[in-house]
Design a protein around this ligand. Structure first.
Ligand SMILES: NC(=O)c1ccc[n+]([C@@H]2O[C@H](COP(=O)([O-])OP(=O)(O)OC[C@H]3O[C@@H](n4cnc5c(N)ncnc54)[C@H](O)[C@@H]3O)[C@@H](O)[C@H]2O)c1
Ligand SMILES: [Zn+2]
Length: 362
């Protein structure tokens, strides 16, 4: 078992524990004895796979399970309210614990419930997706969607610990595993050329458990250090947004055509934004082509898979993005393979050129 002890908040310290067979050995990682009762929040895909392992190993605790329907639709105020009522009926208080077992949907929703129920009860994240392990379960952002407005209602709140058992990825479907890998590749692109080359050296499904532990550890460490340096997202944390300015727009647009997973849209966004880096002379033509080949080799899309009549729907979404301040889009762009700048201003004509690299016009 490999333990990475990290300090993400300046006010609170918590551990991220990464390894194998952790679900069955949770007691050795987190002391659950002080909690008078536990609510396990999980979803309808994860519950049949992992809930029993957790329950069997914690028979001595007073545990209630709450299973939400799998999928983004559960990140809603309606589901949030259901859980709040459940907690109230259980007489949950500050000596109780919410354990989130699942991907980013469960940790975002469960963290938000926990941080607001009676002004805050403790929560633990047990992450079971790549996206969750390297991104969603860390960094303290929690929340739900407000209709079609993604993550509009939420808090910053830190869990008591994050537990990452890489063996749970064995049951995650290929599409979700590959999509989450886009964030792993992004970490290499913004912070380490050797990590980037290593994580794209073979297909994401071909990495062994010990390699996965090494990879998740690097990504967690990176997110920890960046978030710690800049909790309010005013500076260096923005480098984590590489690929996301275009990626978010592509993701939103895809819902009207052929829904893409977040990581798939980010892969396309990274291609467009790497092109911007290319036009600034930050990376070379061969490096740009190699990036596209590595993303494709990982099974990720490098172009929007549906044709568009023109670029307007895409540019409108990009311009509406929340990172667009004072009428100008501020880009996080790689400054070489393995380093990233933020708050870069780019000419509109360059943006159009970059979008043309990833769009097929009808
Ligand atoms: N808070 C943050 O900083 C942050 C960062 C990135 C993403 N997010 C959020 O995370 C969510 C996406 O997370 P996600 O990609 O983990 O999605 P998800 O939680 O919906 O999980 C993806 C699918 O895999 C299933 N699943 C999960 N673990 C499994 C396992 N081990 N075996 C089999 N099936 C499993 C789920 O039931 C679901 O169907 C989005 O809502 C996004 O906004 C938040
Ligand atoms: Zn992302």
């Amino acid at each position: 078992m490999k333990t990475v002890a990290v300090r993400i908040s300046s006010m609170r310290q918590y551990d991220i524990v990464i390894g194998t067979d952790l679900l069955a050995n949770l007691a050795s990682i987190v002391d659950l004895r002080p909690y008078t009762q536990v609510l396990v929040l999980t979803d309808s895909h994860v519950a049949p796979l992992y809930l029993n392992t957790f329950l069997e190993h914690h028979r001595h605790l007073r545990i209630t399970s709450h299973v939400i329907e799998a999928g983004e639709g559960s990140k809603s105020l309606a589901v949030y309210e259901d859980i709040q009522h459940r907690l109230a009926a259980l007489n949950f208080d500050r000596r109780s614990l919410i354990v989130n077992i699942g991907g980013g949907v469960v940790s975002d929703l469960g963290g938000f419930v926990a941080s607001t129920y009676r002004r805050g009860v403790p929560f633990l994240n047990i992450s079971t997706t790549v996206e969750g392990m390297v991104d969603a379960s860390l960094g303290g952002k929690t929340g739900v969607n407000l209709g079609s407005y993604k993550n509009y209602v939420g808090t910053y709140a830190q869990p008591v610990a994050v537990v990452i058992d890489v063996t749970t990825l064995r049951t995650l479907d290929e599409r979700n595993r590959v999509a989450g890998w886009a964030e792993v590749i992004k970490h290499g692109l913004i912070a380490s050329r050797s990590y980037y080359e290593m994580v794209t050296s073979k297909h994401p499904l071909r990495f062994s458990d010990s390699e996965l532990i090494e990879i998740v550890t690097f990504s967690c460490e990176l997110k920890r250090s960046v978030v710690q340096e800049d909790e309010s997202e005013s500076g260096v944390r923005k480098i984590l947004n590489f690929g996301h300015t275009v990626g978010h727009a592509v993701e939103s647009l895809s819902y009207q055509h052929m829904p893409l997973l977040h990581g798939e849209a980010v892969a396309i966004g990274m291609v467009a934004e790497a092109y911007l880096a290319l036009t600034r002379g930050a990376i070379s033509g061969p490096e740009y082509d190699d990036l596209k080949a590595r993303l494709a080799g990982a099974g990720l899309p490098t172009r929007i898979p549906f044709p568009l009549p023109d670029l307007t729907p895409l540019t409108a979404l990009i311009e509406a993005d929340k990172k667009n301040h004072g009428g100008q889009i501020r880009w996080s762009l790689i400054s070489s393979i393995g380093a990233c700048d933020h708050d870069v201003i780019v000419d509109d004509s360059r943006m159009v050129e970059a979008l043309c690299q990833v769009v097929d016009l009808r």
